[in-house]
Write a protein that binds this ligand. Structure first.
Ligand code: SF4
Length: 326
């Protein structure tokens, strides 16, 4: 199987300091944001990473686009570990991995016309003339449902949905192979969300893109992903294709997340209980299984041993003692 992206044993901790006498910094511990995370993305595939806020999804995404330096692990893009690449090789890879941020307003320079912002990556990564760049930008504006007349307008003149279209155009202008989208629709209204997700789906087919979509909303992940990874407190709890995950969720955390999707019919009963409690501190996560403090099935072994991510059905991986001991 050839993967476009293969993440292996990725680890990213953030040190937490306290100040002795208010002056001398002393390490208090680590926020274990990403702890031995592994997954793969195939060419043309949309992989969704879902979990509550604070589960480490965004840090994982930021490591992949090299906005954070991982402590250890491997990130292989087309078979090559990008963490040990020369600057020159890295530049080539970087144009193939682009990111869409959660808040399009803060990711766009408010003083630069949007046409210029969208064309900026072409200025940095290609030898195209300004006329060629302009023509590419105009084409891309149309691709994302905007007008060429918007070229000289500023970000503040657009609605939230339009700004996310601009961000998509900017990410797509270099024709990358992988787009990492961190909560791409979480700041948008429901009707606009659907439009942006539909646009992303359309562009994925047209340009044979691979996506890594980060979201805390199960409904968003269900709509757009082919395969899904469920993260909790820096660890992957379950990975499966969309159908297996939603029809046969196996990890108690995944079941809880699915139960928290609002049902259109209030008379219909949830199959499992929604999630209870809050996320424990990532500085001092529970021993053994990190979900054990919120899990109604927790037993002795869950406190002592970290469950490994094991393939329990074809392509369906789960990290839970419940399944591994039976
Ligand atoms: Fe619950 Fe134990 Fe499974 Fe963790 S390993 S999800 S605590 S049953």
């Amino acid at each position: 199987m050839s993967y476009l992206l293969k993440v292996s044993q990725l680890k990213k901790y953030f040190p937490v300091k306290k100040y002795v006498f208010g002056l001398i910094p002393k390490k208090k511990g680590d926020i274990k944001a990403v702890d031995n995370v592994s997954f793969e993305i195939k060419p043309g595939e949309c992989f969704g990473l879902v979990g509550e806020t604070g589960s480490g999804k965004t840090t994982t995404a930021r490591c992949i686009v090299l906005l954070e330096k991982p402590d250890s692990g491997k990130i292989e893009f087309e078979g090559q570990n990008i963490l040990s690449m020369s600057r020159k090789d890295l530049k080539k890879v970087k144009r193939n991995i682009q990111m869409i941020f959660q808040d399009p307003y803060t990711s766009l320079n408010p003083r630069i016309p949007i046409g210029k912002s969208i064309g900026e990556p072409l200025e940095l990564h290609t030898d195209m003339s300004s006329q060629e760049i302009r023509s590419e930008v105009v084409t891309m504006l149309k691709e994302v449902g905007l007008s060429p007349l918007h070229y000289y307008r500023y970000p503040a003149e657009f609605s939230g949905g339009q700004r996310q279209r601009i961000s998509i155009a900017r990410a797509l202008i270099l024709k990358p192979k992988l787009i990492v989208a961190d909560e791409p629709v979480s700041s948008l209204d429901v009707s606009i969300k659907a439009k942006i997700l539909n646009l992303m789906k359309l562009l994925q087919t047209k340009y044979n893109l691979s996506y890594l979509i980060i979201s805390h909303e199960m409904s968003v992940i269900r709509f757009i992903s082919h395969r899904i990874g469920v993260m909790y407190l820096g660890k992957i709890m379950e990975i499966a294709d969309k159908r297996s995950l939603f029809e046969n969720p196996m990890h108690p955390y995944t079941k809880g997340l699915i139960s928290s999707i609002p049902l259109p019919d209030p008379e219909r009963k949830m199959k499992t209980a929604p999630l209870k409690g809050t996320l424990p501190s990532p500085i001092n996560p529970p021993s053994g299984c990190r979900f054990r403090t919120r899990c109604e099935y927790a037993k002795e072994i869950c406190e002592k041993e970290v469950p490994q991510l094991i393939e329990v059905e074809d392509g369906h991986y789960v990290a839970c003692h419940l399944l591994q001991c039976s």
